[in-house]
Ligand binder design. Structure first.
Ligand code: XMP
Length: 326
């Protein structure tokens, strides 16, 4: 049986025994796994842990501030925030192929993290939020599936020239256990129960070439969608639509279409909304969101995000479509 209090005590004792008085660095992504790993390790060894948070400009709205608030301010964790937005945007300029974009983002992430961690010369350990399903999947064929392609901050992502020992305290846990652990460690419920977010972030939700201007528009549209999902309760179940969906997000389409606004003609970009229900992310159904909810989200995005004048809803299942658009 899963006894959380005992588990935490044991995990803490184990981390202390492994690490002794040595220092640990951890790449914080804003995702659930690295966040829970950070909270657990901090509970065990306090200031011997330093987290590095790389802002690549492809995060959700206010995500960087939220991570700093949660860890640095509320939990007292040492976090170094690296602003690498210009580096990432520079490397991505002119690149349109989805897999090429993934490689660039993953490679650049390792480079930035590596450079930052080399400054922490006293660190002997690299901590990662690897969870049990990551261990199994990376032992398999390496095919693209839920949570697999996280090479830049998960299994196998250790840069070769970094002579650091690996600390992976979540290696034996399933996702639901990691979430319960996170709540028990004092992380906010909403953070711990967030939908999965891909490592390449908005990079795979901006079709084709990534530009900062596109990312800024997409972030705002996405935040409106998520806010309305959280605020809309389904009467039949009493649950909100964020919790009733497995993953939901906005996608930026770099095509322009004609619209009218007031007396004027507009010619602006399109945003697609995607919301799916799935158990394993290998297959998925598109979510039958209420029309009222879709209408409200569309109105808000078009009224509040200048630069977008059309919103469409993705009604494709997986297969044949994937969950992400790239
Ligand atoms: P697809 O689009 O393949 O997505 O149906 C299935 C699940 O995997 C996530 N995903 C990724 N996660 N790096 C990640 O860390 C990636 O490159 C990546 N691609 C897709 C996707 O968000 C969904 O949950």
């Amino acid at each position: 049986d899963w006894a959380m209090g005992d588990y935490i005590e044991e995990a803490i004792a184990h981390i202390r025994a492994q690490v002794g008085d040595e220092e640990v660095i951890l790449g914080l992504s804003g995702g659930v796994d690295s966040s829970v790993a950070a909270a657990l390790i901090h509970r065990a060894i306090g200031d011997q842990l330093t987290c590095v948070f790389v802002d690549h400009g492809l995060l959700r709205l206010n995500e960087g501030d939220m991570v700093m608030e949660m860890f640095a301010k509320n939990l007292g964790v040492k976090v170094i925030r690296v602003d690498a937005v210009d580096d990432f945007m520079g490397k991505l300029a002119g690149v349109t192929d989805p897999e090429a974009k993934r490689k660039i983002i993953g490679g650049e992430f390792i480079e930035v993290f590596d450079a930052e961690s080399h400054k922490l010369t006293s660190a002997k350990w690299l901590a990662q939020g690897t969870i049990y399903p990551d261990v199994i999947e990376s032992a398999g064929k390496g095919k693209k599936a839920a949570h697999t392609i996280k090479s830049h901050h998960n299994v196998g992502g250790l840069p070769e020239n970094m002579k650091l020992k690996l600390l992976e305290p979540l290696r034996e846990l399933f996702k639901d256990e990691v979430r319960k652990l996170g709540v028990a460690l004092g992380l906010p419920h909403d953070m711990v129960y967030r939908h999965p977010f891909p490592g390449p972030g908005l990079g795979v939700r901006i079709l084709g070439e990534v530009k900062k201007e596109y990312a800024d528009l997409l972030r705002r549209a996405d935040a409106i969608f998520i806010e309305e999902l959280r605020n809309t309760v389904d009467e039949a179940t009493g649950k909100n639509w964020y919790d009733l969906t497995s993953q939901a997000f906005a996608v930026f389409l770099p095509v322009k279409s004609v619209g009218v606004m007031g007396d004027g003609r507009t010619y602006e970009y399109v945003v697609a909304l995607r919301a799916v229900q799935t158990l394993d992310f290998m297959t998925a159904h598109w979510a039958h969101l209420p029309y009222d909810l879709l209408g409200k989200v569309s109105n808000r995005i078009i009224n509040e995000v200048r630069g977008i004048n059309r919103v469409v809803y993705d009604v494709s299942g997986k297969p044949p479509a994937t969950i992400e658009w790239e």
